[in-house]
Design a protein around this ligand. Sequence first.
Ligand code: AMP
Length: 399
Amino acid sequence: MIFNKKTIEDINIKGKKILVRCDFNVPLSEGKITDENRLLGALPTINYLIEKGGKVILCSHLGKPKGEAKPELSLKPVADRLSELLNKDVKFLKDDNVISESVKKEIEQLKDSEIALLENTRFRKEETKNDEIFSKELASVCDIFVNDAFGTAHRAHCSTVGVTNFVKDSVCGYLIQKELKFLGDAVEQPVRPFTAILGGAKVSDKINVINNLLEKVDNLIIGGGMAYTFLKANGYEVGNSLVEEDKLDYAKDMMKKAEEKNVKFLIPVDHVIANEFSKDAKAIITEEKNIEKGYMGLDIGPKTVELYKKAILESKTIVWNGPMGVFEFKNFENGTKTIAKALAENKEATTIIGGGDSAAAVNMFQLGEKMTHISTGGGASLEFLEGIALPGIVALNDK
Ligand code: AMP
Protein backbone atom coordinates (compact mmCIF):
# COMPACT_ATOMS: atom_id res chain seq x y z
CA MET A 1 0.00 0.00 0.00
CA ILE A 2 1.33 3.45 -0.84
CA PHE A 3 1.32 5.54 2.31
CA ASN A 4 2.22 9.14 1.60
CA LYS A 5 1.45 10.87 4.90
CA LYS A 6 4.09 12.54 7.04
CA THR A 7 4.92 10.65 10.22
CA ILE A 8 6.48 11.58 13.55
CA GLU A 9 9.83 10.54 12.11
CA ASP A 10 9.60 13.25 9.44
CA ILE A 11 9.57 16.20 11.84
CA ASN A 12 11.72 17.90 14.40
CA ILE A 13 10.37 17.13 17.88
CA LYS A 14 12.88 18.65 20.32
CA GLY A 15 11.38 21.38 22.49
CA LYS A 16 8.10 21.46 20.52
CA LYS A 17 4.64 21.29 22.05
CA ILE A 18 3.06 18.23 20.49
CA LEU A 19 -0.66 17.54 20.72
CA VAL A 20 -1.25 13.81 20.27
CA ARG A 21 -4.78 12.55 19.55
CA CYS A 22 -4.90 9.06 21.04
CA ASP A 23 -7.74 6.58 21.28
CA PHE A 24 -8.13 6.21 25.03
CA ASN A 25 -11.77 5.18 24.68
CA VAL A 26 -11.32 2.24 27.04
CA PRO A 27 -13.96 0.22 28.91
CA LEU A 28 -14.27 1.28 32.56
CA SER A 29 -15.90 -0.49 35.47
CA GLU A 30 -16.15 1.39 38.76
CA GLY A 31 -13.34 3.70 37.68
CA LYS A 32 -11.02 0.82 36.73
CA ILE A 33 -9.87 0.17 33.15
CA THR A 34 -10.95 -3.35 32.19
CA ASP A 35 -9.14 -3.63 28.84
CA GLU A 36 -6.00 -1.57 28.33
CA ASN A 37 -5.09 -2.64 24.78
CA ARG A 38 -5.68 0.86 23.50
CA LEU A 39 -3.34 2.34 26.11
CA LEU A 40 -0.67 -0.20 25.20
CA GLY A 41 -1.20 0.63 21.51
CA ALA A 42 -0.41 4.30 22.17
CA LEU A 43 2.88 3.72 24.04
CA PRO A 44 5.32 3.47 21.08
CA THR A 45 4.39 6.94 19.80
CA ILE A 46 4.44 8.52 23.27
CA ASN A 47 7.79 6.93 24.09
CA TYR A 48 9.30 8.13 20.81
CA LEU A 49 8.14 11.71 21.42
CA ILE A 50 9.51 11.75 24.99
CA GLU A 51 12.80 10.28 23.83
CA LYS A 52 13.15 13.02 21.23
CA GLY A 53 12.51 15.75 23.82
CA GLY A 54 8.99 16.82 22.85
CA LYS A 55 6.52 18.42 25.28
CA VAL A 56 3.75 15.88 24.95
CA ILE A 57 0.08 16.87 25.34
CA LEU A 58 -2.23 13.88 24.96
CA CYS A 59 -5.94 14.10 24.19
CA SER A 60 -8.78 11.67 23.55
CA HIS A 61 -12.49 11.14 23.93
CA LEU A 62 -13.98 8.58 26.30
CA GLY A 63 -17.50 7.23 25.87
CA LYS A 64 -20.41 9.43 24.87
CA PRO A 65 -20.79 12.31 27.35
CA LYS A 66 -22.69 14.22 24.62
CA GLY A 67 -21.09 17.60 25.27
CA GLU A 68 -21.46 17.51 29.06
CA ALA A 69 -18.80 17.10 31.72
CA LYS A 70 -19.70 13.70 33.16
CA PRO A 71 -17.34 12.83 36.06
CA GLU A 72 -17.66 9.08 35.38
CA LEU A 73 -16.23 9.70 31.88
CA SER A 74 -13.23 11.73 33.04
CA LEU A 75 -9.87 10.65 31.63
CA LYS A 76 -8.27 10.79 35.11
CA PRO A 77 -8.04 6.95 35.42
CA VAL A 78 -6.24 6.91 32.05
CA ALA A 79 -3.69 9.48 33.27
CA ASP A 80 -3.07 7.36 36.38
CA ARG A 81 -2.63 4.12 34.47
CA LEU A 82 -0.47 5.73 31.77
CA SER A 83 1.83 7.11 34.47
CA GLU A 84 2.35 3.54 35.65
CA LEU A 85 2.82 2.11 32.16
CA LEU A 86 5.29 4.83 31.13
CA ASN A 87 6.96 4.95 34.52
CA LYS A 88 6.72 8.71 34.25
CA ASP A 89 4.25 11.25 35.60
CA VAL A 90 1.38 12.06 33.26
CA LYS A 91 0.01 15.37 34.48
CA PHE A 92 -3.79 15.35 34.25
CA LEU A 93 -5.07 18.78 33.14
CA LYS A 94 -8.49 18.52 34.69
CA ASP A 95 -10.86 21.09 33.23
CA ASP A 96 -14.49 20.56 32.21
CA ASN A 97 -13.88 22.97 29.34
CA VAL A 98 -10.88 20.87 28.17
CA ILE A 99 -8.93 24.00 27.16
CA SER A 100 -8.89 27.10 29.39
CA GLU A 101 -6.46 29.84 30.39
CA SER A 102 -5.20 27.79 33.35
CA VAL A 103 -4.74 24.68 31.15
CA LYS A 104 -2.79 26.81 28.67
CA LYS A 105 -0.59 28.10 31.49
CA GLU A 106 0.19 24.59 32.67
CA ILE A 107 1.08 23.57 29.12
CA GLU A 108 3.44 26.55 28.81
CA GLN A 109 5.24 25.31 31.90
CA LEU A 110 5.83 21.81 30.49
CA LYS A 111 9.51 20.94 30.14
CA ASP A 112 10.99 18.85 27.33
CA SER A 113 9.97 15.16 27.61
CA GLU A 114 7.15 15.91 30.08
CA ILE A 115 3.64 14.61 29.45
CA ALA A 116 0.18 15.99 30.12
CA LEU A 117 -3.31 14.67 29.34
CA LEU A 118 -6.27 16.92 28.54
CA GLU A 119 -9.79 16.11 29.81
CA ASN A 120 -12.26 14.13 27.62
CA THR A 121 -12.64 16.10 24.38
CA ARG A 122 -16.30 15.10 24.14
CA PHE A 123 -17.05 17.11 27.30
CA ARG A 124 -17.25 19.88 24.69
CA LYS A 125 -20.36 19.69 22.52
CA GLU A 126 -18.45 21.23 19.60
CA GLU A 127 -16.07 18.24 19.39
CA THR A 128 -18.27 15.92 17.33
CA LYS A 129 -19.44 18.81 15.12
CA ASN A 130 -15.90 19.50 13.89
CA ASP A 131 -16.53 23.10 14.94
CA GLU A 132 -13.96 25.78 14.18
CA ILE A 133 -13.73 27.45 17.59
CA PHE A 134 -12.83 24.30 19.56
CA SER A 135 -10.53 23.17 16.74
CA LYS A 136 -8.66 26.49 17.04
CA GLU A 137 -8.49 26.16 20.82
CA LEU A 138 -6.89 22.75 20.48
CA ALA A 139 -4.47 24.05 17.86
CA SER A 140 -3.54 26.99 20.10
CA VAL A 141 -1.79 24.75 22.64
CA CYS A 142 0.60 23.06 20.20
CA ASP A 143 3.24 23.49 17.49
CA ILE A 144 2.66 20.06 15.97
CA PHE A 145 -0.39 17.77 15.82
CA VAL A 146 -0.01 13.99 15.81
CA ASN A 147 -2.96 11.72 15.09
CA ASP A 148 -2.53 8.24 16.48
CA ALA A 149 -6.19 7.47 17.19
CA PHE A 150 -6.97 4.80 14.62
CA GLY A 151 -10.23 3.92 16.41
CA THR A 152 -11.58 7.43 15.71
CA ALA A 153 -9.94 8.02 12.32
CA HIS A 154 -13.30 7.45 10.57
CA ARG A 155 -14.81 10.46 12.38
CA ALA A 156 -14.29 14.07 11.31
CA HIS A 157 -14.20 15.76 14.71
CA CYS A 158 -12.34 18.80 16.10
CA SER A 159 -9.59 16.67 17.66
CA THR A 160 -9.11 14.46 14.59
CA VAL A 161 -9.74 16.73 11.59
CA GLY A 162 -10.66 20.34 12.56
CA VAL A 163 -7.44 20.92 14.49
CA THR A 164 -5.32 20.08 11.42
CA ASN A 165 -6.67 23.20 9.67
CA PHE A 166 -4.93 25.42 12.22
CA VAL A 167 -1.63 23.63 12.80
CA LYS A 168 1.22 23.75 10.29
CA ASP A 169 2.50 20.22 10.82
CA SER A 170 -0.07 17.43 11.21
CA VAL A 171 1.44 13.97 11.06
CA CYS A 172 0.59 10.41 12.04
CA GLY A 173 1.91 8.23 14.83
CA TYR A 174 3.09 4.62 14.92
CA LEU A 175 -0.27 3.03 15.77
CA ILE A 176 -2.04 4.48 12.74
CA GLN A 177 0.90 3.45 10.55
CA LYS A 178 0.78 -0.09 11.91
CA GLU A 179 -2.99 -0.42 11.49
CA LEU A 180 -2.86 0.86 7.91
CA LYS A 181 0.03 -1.40 7.06
CA PHE A 182 -1.71 -4.58 8.21
CA LEU A 183 -5.18 -3.73 6.92
CA GLY A 184 -3.85 -2.10 3.75
CA ASP A 185 -1.47 -4.91 2.79
CA ALA A 186 -4.15 -7.52 3.46
CA VAL A 187 -6.67 -5.84 1.22
CA GLU A 188 -4.43 -4.38 -1.48
CA GLN A 189 -1.78 -7.05 -1.91
CA PRO A 190 -2.97 -10.21 -0.16
CA VAL A 191 -1.08 -13.46 -0.37
CA ARG A 192 -3.77 -15.76 -1.81
CA PRO A 193 -6.03 -17.48 -1.10
CA PHE A 194 -7.54 -14.44 0.63
CA THR A 195 -10.55 -15.13 2.84
CA ALA A 196 -12.80 -12.61 4.57
CA ILE A 197 -15.06 -13.76 7.39
CA LEU A 198 -17.99 -11.51 8.20
CA GLY A 199 -20.44 -12.00 11.03
CA GLY A 200 -22.27 -10.03 13.67
CA ALA A 201 -25.84 -8.99 13.97
CA LYS A 202 -26.80 -7.11 10.84
CA VAL A 203 -26.34 -7.21 7.08
CA SER A 204 -27.12 -3.50 6.91
CA ASP A 205 -23.95 -2.64 8.87
CA LYS A 206 -21.79 -4.53 6.38
CA ILE A 207 -23.40 -3.74 3.02
CA ASN A 208 -20.51 -1.78 1.60
CA VAL A 209 -17.93 -4.09 3.14
CA ILE A 210 -19.42 -7.11 1.38
CA ASN A 211 -19.66 -5.25 -1.90
CA ASN A 212 -16.07 -3.99 -1.72
CA LEU A 213 -14.53 -7.25 -0.49
CA LEU A 214 -16.16 -9.22 -3.30
CA GLU A 215 -13.80 -7.35 -5.62
CA LYS A 216 -10.78 -8.61 -3.69
CA VAL A 217 -11.25 -11.96 -1.92
CA ASP A 218 -11.20 -15.61 -3.00
CA ASN A 219 -13.61 -16.73 -0.25
CA LEU A 220 -16.26 -14.79 1.60
CA ILE A 221 -17.58 -16.54 4.69
CA ILE A 222 -20.79 -15.34 6.29
CA GLY A 223 -21.88 -16.18 9.85
CA GLY A 224 -23.73 -14.63 12.79
CA GLY A 225 -27.15 -13.03 12.66
CA MET A 226 -26.57 -11.67 9.15
CA ALA A 227 -26.39 -15.18 7.66
CA TYR A 228 -30.17 -15.71 7.93
CA THR A 229 -30.95 -12.91 5.50
CA PHE A 230 -28.77 -14.71 2.94
CA LEU A 231 -30.39 -18.07 3.73
CA LYS A 232 -33.88 -16.62 3.38
CA ALA A 233 -32.89 -14.96 0.10
CA ASN A 234 -31.94 -18.46 -1.08
CA GLY A 235 -35.42 -19.73 -0.20
CA TYR A 236 -34.68 -21.50 3.10
CA GLU A 237 -36.88 -21.40 6.20
CA VAL A 238 -35.25 -19.38 8.97
CA GLY A 239 -37.93 -19.48 11.72
CA ASN A 240 -37.57 -16.55 14.14
CA SER A 241 -33.94 -15.85 13.29
CA LEU A 242 -32.75 -12.29 12.67
CA VAL A 243 -33.75 -11.32 9.13
CA GLU A 244 -33.67 -7.97 7.40
CA GLU A 245 -36.52 -8.27 4.93
CA ASP A 246 -35.51 -5.09 3.13
CA LYS A 247 -32.07 -6.54 2.43
CA LEU A 248 -33.21 -9.75 0.70
CA ASP A 249 -32.70 -8.35 -2.80
CA TYR A 250 -29.32 -6.99 -1.82
CA ALA A 251 -28.36 -10.43 -0.47
CA LYS A 252 -29.36 -12.00 -3.81
CA ASP A 253 -27.35 -9.39 -5.72
CA MET A 254 -24.27 -10.08 -3.62
CA MET A 255 -24.50 -13.83 -4.15
CA LYS A 256 -24.85 -13.22 -7.88
CA LYS A 257 -21.86 -10.88 -7.86
CA ALA A 258 -19.82 -13.55 -6.02
CA GLU A 259 -20.66 -16.05 -8.75
CA GLU A 260 -19.68 -13.61 -11.50
CA LYS A 261 -16.39 -12.80 -9.74
CA ASN A 262 -15.64 -16.45 -9.05
CA VAL A 263 -15.63 -15.83 -5.29
CA LYS A 264 -16.63 -18.77 -3.09
CA PHE A 265 -19.54 -17.43 -1.01
CA LEU A 266 -20.03 -19.62 2.06
CA ILE A 267 -23.21 -19.47 4.14
CA PRO A 268 -24.21 -21.85 6.96
CA VAL A 269 -25.35 -25.38 6.10
CA ASP A 270 -26.55 -26.18 9.63
CA HIS A 271 -27.23 -24.27 12.83
CA VAL A 272 -27.39 -24.22 16.61
CA ILE A 273 -30.92 -23.05 17.37
CA ALA A 274 -33.06 -22.23 20.41
CA ASN A 275 -36.65 -21.28 21.10
CA GLU A 276 -35.66 -18.06 22.88
CA PHE A 277 -32.85 -15.49 22.91
CA SER A 278 -31.43 -16.24 26.34
CA LYS A 279 -28.21 -17.42 27.91
CA ASP A 280 -30.11 -20.30 29.49
CA ALA A 281 -31.82 -21.37 26.26
CA LYS A 282 -31.36 -25.03 25.35
CA ALA A 283 -29.11 -25.42 22.30
CA ILE A 284 -30.37 -27.74 19.55
CA ILE A 285 -28.33 -28.69 16.48
CA THR A 286 -30.21 -28.80 13.17
CA GLU A 287 -29.58 -31.45 10.52
CA GLU A 288 -29.80 -29.03 7.60
CA LYS A 289 -30.15 -25.45 6.39
CA ASN A 290 -33.83 -24.95 7.27
CA ILE A 291 -34.87 -23.76 10.72
CA GLU A 292 -38.33 -24.75 11.90
CA LYS A 293 -41.00 -22.33 13.07
CA GLY A 294 -40.63 -21.12 16.66
CA TYR A 295 -36.83 -21.43 16.65
CA MET A 296 -34.01 -19.04 15.92
CA GLY A 297 -30.42 -19.60 14.79
CA LEU A 298 -27.96 -18.44 17.44
CA ASP A 299 -24.76 -20.06 16.18
CA ILE A 300 -23.37 -21.88 13.15
CA GLY A 301 -23.72 -25.68 13.34
CA PRO A 302 -20.96 -28.34 13.40
CA LYS A 303 -21.01 -29.09 9.63
CA THR A 304 -20.70 -25.37 8.93
CA VAL A 305 -17.82 -25.11 11.38
CA GLU A 306 -15.98 -27.86 9.48
CA LEU A 307 -16.69 -26.22 6.12
CA TYR A 308 -15.46 -22.83 7.31
CA LYS A 309 -12.47 -24.34 9.09
CA LYS A 310 -11.33 -26.03 5.87
CA ALA A 311 -11.46 -22.74 3.95
CA ILE A 312 -9.59 -20.97 6.76
CA LEU A 313 -6.83 -23.57 6.97
CA GLU A 314 -6.30 -23.36 3.19
CA SER A 315 -5.99 -19.55 3.24
CA LYS A 316 -2.89 -17.38 3.37
CA THR A 317 -4.57 -14.09 4.28
CA ILE A 318 -7.63 -13.88 6.54
CA VAL A 319 -9.57 -10.84 7.67
CA TRP A 320 -12.28 -11.39 10.28
CA ASN A 321 -14.98 -8.97 11.40
CA GLY A 322 -18.02 -10.04 13.44
CA PRO A 323 -18.78 -13.13 15.55
CA MET A 324 -20.29 -16.33 14.11
CA GLY A 325 -22.99 -16.52 16.77
CA VAL A 326 -24.10 -15.16 20.11
CA PHE A 327 -20.67 -15.86 21.62
CA GLU A 328 -21.60 -14.03 24.83
CA PHE A 329 -23.86 -17.03 25.69
CA LYS A 330 -21.84 -20.16 26.58
CA ASN A 331 -24.25 -22.48 24.73
CA PHE A 332 -23.77 -20.54 21.51
CA GLU A 333 -20.07 -19.67 21.59
CA ASN A 334 -18.76 -22.76 19.82
CA GLY A 335 -18.85 -21.42 16.23
CA THR A 336 -16.98 -18.24 17.10
CA LYS A 337 -14.53 -20.12 19.34
CA THR A 338 -13.71 -22.80 16.74
CA ILE A 339 -13.24 -20.24 13.99
CA ALA A 340 -10.90 -18.26 16.28
CA LYS A 341 -8.97 -21.47 17.00
CA ALA A 342 -8.72 -22.27 13.27
CA LEU A 343 -7.21 -18.84 12.62
CA ALA A 344 -4.76 -19.40 15.47
CA GLU A 345 -3.89 -22.83 14.08
CA ASN A 346 -3.09 -21.55 10.60
CA LYS A 347 0.51 -20.50 11.20
CA GLU A 348 1.17 -19.74 7.54
CA ALA A 349 -1.55 -17.14 7.20
CA THR A 350 -1.61 -13.46 8.02
CA THR A 351 -4.60 -13.18 10.36
CA ILE A 352 -6.24 -9.83 10.96
CA ILE A 353 -9.03 -9.23 13.45
CA GLY A 354 -11.06 -6.14 12.64
CA GLY A 355 -11.64 -4.88 16.19
CA GLY A 356 -14.97 -4.63 18.00
CA ASP A 357 -16.75 -7.86 18.94
CA SER A 358 -14.42 -10.20 17.07
CA ALA A 359 -11.46 -8.73 18.96
CA ALA A 360 -13.38 -9.16 22.22
CA ALA A 361 -14.16 -12.78 21.30
CA VAL A 362 -10.56 -13.63 20.36
CA ASN A 363 -9.33 -12.13 23.63
CA MET A 364 -12.08 -13.88 25.61
CA PHE A 365 -10.83 -17.22 24.23
CA GLN A 366 -7.26 -16.12 25.02
CA LEU A 367 -6.14 -16.44 21.42
CA GLY A 368 -5.15 -12.78 20.92
CA GLU A 369 -1.42 -13.54 21.00
CA LYS A 370 -1.83 -16.02 18.15
CA MET A 371 -3.18 -13.48 15.64
CA THR A 372 -0.96 -11.40 13.37
CA HIS A 373 -2.85 -8.20 14.14
CA ILE A 374 -5.87 -7.18 16.19
CA SER A 375 -7.14 -3.78 15.15
CA THR A 376 -7.86 -1.19 17.86
CA GLY A 377 -10.69 0.25 15.77
CA GLY A 378 -13.86 -1.70 14.96
CA GLY A 379 -15.73 1.05 13.10
CA ALA A 380 -12.58 2.47 11.50
CA SER A 381 -11.39 -0.92 10.26
CA LEU A 382 -14.84 -1.66 8.81
CA GLU A 383 -14.85 1.65 6.93
CA PHE A 384 -11.34 0.89 5.71
CA LEU A 385 -12.57 -2.48 4.42
CA GLU A 386 -15.40 -0.64 2.68
CA GLY A 387 -12.72 1.19 0.72
CA ILE A 388 -13.55 4.55 2.32
CA ALA A 389 -10.75 7.07 2.88
CA LEU A 390 -10.63 7.77 6.63
CA PRO A 391 -11.00 11.54 7.23
CA GLY A 392 -8.62 11.57 10.22
CA ILE A 393 -5.88 10.27 7.95
CA VAL A 394 -6.77 12.25 4.83
CA ALA A 395 -6.42 15.47 6.91
CA LEU A 396 -2.72 14.84 7.71
CA ASN A 397 0.13 16.44 5.73
CA ASP A 398 1.44 14.60 2.70
CA LYS A 399 5.13 13.76 2.52
P1 AMP B 1 -21.98 -6.57 15.36
O1 AMP B 1 -21.96 -5.46 16.35
O2 AMP B 1 -22.80 -6.34 14.17
O3 AMP B 1 -20.59 -7.08 15.05
O4 AMP B 1 -22.73 -7.77 16.08
C1 AMP B 1 -22.22 -8.44 17.18
C2 AMP B 1 -23.35 -9.06 17.92
O5 AMP B 1 -24.04 -9.93 17.05
C3 AMP B 1 -22.89 -9.88 19.09
O6 AMP B 1 -23.33 -9.25 20.27
C4 AMP B 1 -23.56 -11.20 18.88
O7 AMP B 1 -24.16 -11.73 20.03
C5 AMP B 1 -24.64 -10.91 17.84
N1 AMP B 1 -25.00 -12.09 17.07
C6 AMP B 1 -24.19 -12.97 16.47
N2 AMP B 1 -24.90 -13.98 15.92
C7 AMP B 1 -26.18 -13.74 16.19
C8 AMP B 1 -27.39 -14.43 15.90
N3 AMP B 1 -27.37 -15.58 15.22
N4 AMP B 1 -28.53 -13.90 16.32
C9 AMP B 1 -28.54 -12.73 17.02
N5 AMP B 1 -27.45 -12.04 17.33
C10 AMP B 1 -26.28 -12.53 16.92
